[in-house]
Design a protein around this ligand. Structure first.
Ligand SMILES: [Zn+2]
Length: 141
C-alpha cells in the first residue's frame, strides 16, 4: 500500500505544489501543513518539528562511520602471522565499537589480497624447486 503524503490531504507548499512529505498513520498532514480544523496549536506544531529535527540528528550521528585516529600505522602484511595479528586487532576494534564494520570489511579484503599474493609467491618458490630437482635428476647418468 502506498504511504500517504501530506499533499494527498491538501497540504500545499509555499509555491502551491502538493506537499511530498510522507505522513504517519492517523496524521493526515505533516507538521508544517496541519489541517486548520485539527485544533493543533502553533506551540504543538513547533514541538513536532523539534521532535523530527532531534530524530534526524540522532540518525545522522548513527550514520557517521567509526574510524581509527589518523596516526594509526599502516597494516603490515609480510607474513601470514602478520595477517592473523591484523585480523585479531581489527576484530577487537569492531567489537569495542572503535571501527565501523564497513571499514573493517574493506581492510579484511586487503588482508585477503595480501594472503593471495603470499600464496602465489609460495607457488612460484615450489615451482622453482621442482624444476631444480627435475633438472638434477635428468643430469644423472
Ligand atoms: Zn506538508
Amino acid at each position: 500500500m502506498k504511504r500517504p503524503r501530506c499533499g494527498d490531504s491538501g497540504g500545499r507548499t509555499l509555491a502551491g505544489a502538493p506537499c511530498e512529505q510522507l505522513v504517519e498513520q492517523g496524521r493526515p498532514r505533516c507538521c508544517w501543513h496541519p489541517l486548520e480544523e485539527s485544533g493543533v496549536t502553533e506551540e504543538q506544531r513547533a514541538e513536532q518539528r523539534r521532535e523530527l529535527a532531534t530524530r534526524g540528528s540522532v540518525q545522522a550521528r548513527l550514520n557517521v562511520m567509526l574510524s581509527l585516529p589518523p596516526e594509526t600505522p599502516d597494516p603490515v602484511y609480510r607474513t601470514p602471522a602478520d595477517v592473523i595479528a591484523f585480523a585479531e586487532r581489527t576484530a577487537g576494534q569492531v567489537l569495542r565499537r572503535e571501527l565501523d564494520t564497513r571499514l573493517a570489511a574493506e581492510a579484511h579484503e586487503n588482508a585477503a589480497l595480501a594472503l593471495k599474493a603470499m600464496e602465489l609467491t609460495a607457488w612460484a618458490t615450489i615451482e622453482a624447486l621442482r624444476r631444480s630437482v627435475l633438472g638434477r635428476r635428468r643430469g644423472r647418468p
